[in-house]
Structure formats: structure tokens, C-alpha cells
Design a protein. Sequence first.
Length: 361
Amino acid sequence: MKYIDEYRDRALITKLAGKISAAASREYTFMEVCGGHTSAIHRFGIPSLLPKNIKLLSGPGCPVCVTGTDVIDRAVAYSGMDDVIITTFGDLIRVPGSETSLERKKESGSDIRIVFSALDALDIARSNPVKRIIFIGIGFETTAPGTAVTIKEASKAGINNFLVLGAHKIMPPAMEAIVSEGTRIDGFICPGHVAAITGSSIFDFLPGRYRTGCVVTGFEPVDILQALLMLIDQVNNADPKVEIQYKRAVPAEGNRLAQKNMKEIFVTSDAVWRGFGLIPASGLRPGKEYERFDAELSLPVEVPFHEENRNCICPEILRGLKNPGDCPLFAVACSPGNPVGACMVSAEGACNAWYKYKLEK
């Protein structure tokens, strides 16, 4: 199958692994900041192909994992209102809030529906004019354009019972938080899907300001290994820069139409990230012309603050400070069937990937 078979070619994978071993002359630490990469790295056994002096860390690349308990608790509060229908992507329904999850609220009778897109939620709003439909807008620059287009469509069609609980986030501020806080990283494996929307220039500040290289990468074994070789070459040559390995899908300028829609609908805002706390200008919310679609403004609700489970080390995992195997709950009290932390919920979460592909402590 084109664009798959050739990127899983055994001979090419072996050749790249050999080149990496030959080039790796020191200790290297690289971080992926995409849940798709986290899953692919463990699915294809990439760590087993690398020499021991190359360390891979999982960063804040899973949108479900970085969604804070404040968003879950607010959605849970909304779900208790008689005239509200909650619509959400499937993974988020299982994320634990401070006291419960949307999944448990659904089991107890709340009207909570799984959708595949914001447009699905808008269709539900059309069909239920006496209800208020709240779509939980999560995801990075990859999914934000879809929410933007849906808000624009709702405005155009005069559908005023459609609201968005804004949890969209943008990747660069979190990456900057990681390197500025002192986590030692020699380079980033950058998210291909994000860059397909934004272009690669959003990462330019990393080599320019922090001397940290970046390679925008695809999701097949050859993609990841080639990206690692490119990063090693950058480190060896003391030449950090932004490169695109995933050229078959990522143009340097990104998707101009998607960028236009995001810019038209959203403004940046401070946002709480699980594991990081408040990161300034890292979230997206509807701007003034469209703020009537912002659930927090149109339907205020009090949500008390609760501390997260201190035994769960998702915050440290998301910042690259620890691995899932360091957690006392991993594969004991916390599993995909009974997730204690958000990193175990989604297939893109580091804990879920470790568990699924049988990485032991």
C-alpha cells in the first residue's frame, strides 16, 4: 500500500538503525510531542532498534492527557443540567475528574453523546432546538480548524443553542515551557499533523532561542528513524534547526485556509494544562464576535478547585521528567480498564502505550 509499505520496509529500517548506531557518538535525549508518535514509537518497537545512548521521552502531545480536571469538572457540572446535552470525542468521556467522569455521569442518566466532529454536535443542536448542546472542544491546531468552521456555520445558520466548552490548545507554548524549565532535551520530534495545519515555522523559536533542533515527522517506522538520524546529525554538527522529514504531507507554509479559519474565530488565551498548570497564551477561545458560542461565558457554572491525585505522576510524565514505569499505580491500580490518570485513558497516552505494548517497569 503506497505511503505505508515503503515506510515499513524491513531492509530500510535495518539500514537506518545501523546509520543511527554509527552516528550516535554521545548521549542523546529526544522528546516527541505528539500522541500519535508516542503510540507509533512503542507499537513499532522503535526503542529496541536504538543504541542505549539514545533516550526517547514522551511529552505533552496527547490532547486528552493534557486536558485538566477543571475542564472535566465543568463538563460534569453542565451534564447535570436538564436542558443540556454534552457532546464529546470518545476518549475524553473516560478521563477522571475530581470526583467522577463523564462516563459515569452518562451511566447515571446524563445525556452525553459521542461525536466524531464538531459538525456532528451542530447537527444535534439543529435536531434539539429546546436543548443547549455543549461541544467539548479539545485538541491542538489539528482539530481547532474544525471547531472554528463549525462555529462559523452555527453563526451563519443562526443556531444559538450550540456552545463550545473551549479546551483547544496550541503546542509551541508547552514546548517552550519544557525547555525553559530546564528539562534536558537535545531535540524535538515535532507533530506532523499539527505542522500540516500551521507549517513548520511555529517551531523556529526553539533553535533560535534555545538551541534545540526540531524535525517534523511522520508516523511510520522509517519516518521516525529518519527523523532521529536527522536530529543526531544536527546535534553532532552543532547546527540546531527546523527540518521537515514528513514532506509528503507537510508543506512549509501549512494549510492557509485552516489558518485563516482559526484566526477569524479564535483568540489566544491563558490555559491550564494537566502537568503544567497555567501556561500563558496557550489556549484558543472564540473571539469577541463569536463569544456567544463560548459555554463558559454564556452558561457560567461554579466549579470548586480540587487537587489531583498525588499518587498519579501524569504531570511528571507529560513534562518528560519520569516514565510510566516510575509510577506506583502503573499496571497495579491504574490500567486502561480502570484509568486513574489521563495518560492511561487515551491510546495516545504514554501510560496506555506502555501498558498496551507490554513495556515493563
